[in-house]
Design a binder for this molecule. Structure first.
Ligand SMILES: *Cc1c(COP(=O)(O)O)cnc(C)c1O
Length: 232
């Protein structure tokens, strides 16, 4: 036994459960991506997840990410999923694959500006505050369509999906509401955008999220164990 075998075991269990939920609720041609959320986890442990099949990492904090990124196995893509301050976009723009947490026009504008500077078109997801919670960032559900319309003006960003962290209560109701919003918006084929990823579900609720249409689940503690310090 190796001291990090628990990551391998957890991943095996998660992939099995994702497969079961998919078989039960979804069609066989759909793909569901499993992201490893790395906050507070040492890069050598993250790399064990990559060695065992993880191809997507999720980062919450710019500072922590910058300190760890050179140690990550380069075969995995890295998305940003945390609240992103406008003045920090420039530090991550060249190495992040998708920014999943676009929650304001100001942030979108800055991602567009920094992307233009380095000559890339950055894929982003709109973070939706599906429960309309005061304490949470994200675009309100009723404002999401208009927000994505505005994104069409930015030629260096492309909206490819929607992300949410639902309230802790009424989880399935909120997942279901999110799926409906996703379907409605995807059906509108808004210019220059191709909304096809629904990023929802974490360690406690990923099978329910898959039941309700998620095609990207973000797993932290279920894979790496409980985090040792408070999240900021
Ligand atoms: C921490 C975090 C997760 C993972 O949470 P777990 O409950 O540990 O699986 C997923 N998404 C976001 C945005 C997070 O910040």
């Amino acid at each position: 036994m190796n001291e990090y075998d628990f990551v391998k075991e957890n991943l095996k269990r998660i992939l099995f459960e994702v497969g079961e939920a998919k078989a039960k609720y979804r069609s066989s041609d759909e793909k569901i991506e499993v992201m490893a959320v790395t906050k507070t986890v040492a890069p050598e442990i993250v790399n064990i997840a990559i060695e065992n099949g993880i191809t997507l990492l999720g980062e919450n904090r710019v500072q922590e990410y910058l300190g760890k990124r050179d140690s990550y196995d380069k075969s995995a893509r890295v998305d940003f999923i945390g609240h992103l301050q406008t003045n920090k976009v420039k530090y991550i723009i060249d190495s992040i694959s998708v920014i999943q947490s676009v929650d304001s026009l100001r942030l979108a504008e800055e991602i567009n500006r920094q992307s233009e500077k380095i000559g890339r078109v950055t894929d982003v997801y709109v973070e939706v505050n599906i429960g309309g919670e005061e304490s949470k960032s994200g675009i309100l559900p009723e404002e999401t369509e208009e927000f994505i319309h505005k994104m069409s003006e930015y030629s260096n960003i492309r909206v490819c999906g929607m992300m949410t962290i639902p309230p802790k209560t009424d989880i399935e109701k909120n997942f279901s509401k999110m799926r409906q919003l996703f379907i409605d918006i995807r059906g509108k084929n808004i210019d220059n955008n191709n909304v096809c990823v629904l990023s929802m579900g974490m360690s406690a609720d990923y099978t329910a999220a898959i039941k309700h249409g998620s095609n990207l689940v973000r797993i932290g503690s279920g894979l790496f164990g409980a985090r040792k310090y408070m999240e900021g």
